[in-house]
Design a protein around this ligand. Structure first.
Ligand SMILES: [Zn+2]
Ligand SMILES: [Zn+2]
Length: 97
């Protein structure tokens, strides 16, 4: 989960797979099925959304959910996270380092 890239200089039209807001600045590519489980498909995420996914799901759960985003939203903590983050500016990061 350390793959980072920047949208600056490219067309910044990507939107986040989890929260659906546009991604400005840093984005991370997330394997919907973890690489360790032979997943190949990746989706763009805000770093903060990426962290929320891995904080709430194990690789085994992610492998089971695959690209079915609705399954992630059934998790109460993830649903709350999205409700909280959706009003934040697109380049918002948590102030922790
Ligand atoms: Zn996001
Ligand atoms: Zn990931």
């Amino acid at each position: 989960m350390s793959i980072t890239a920047s949208t600056s200089g490219k067309d910044g039209a990507l939107s986040c797979w989890l929260c659906a807001r546009p991604i400005a600045g840093r984005l991370q590519w997330h394997h919907t099925v973890p690489k360790a489980k032979k997943g190949r498909e990746t989706v763009p995420l805000h770093p903060i959304c990426h962290r929320a996914i891995h904080a709430n799901f194990t690789n085994a759960e992610l492998a089971r959910f695959g690209t079915d985003r609705a399954r992630l939203l059934e998790n109460e903590r993830v649903a709350k996270f999205i409700a909280w983050v959706k009003d934040k500016p697109p380049d918002f990061h948590a102030p922790t380092r």
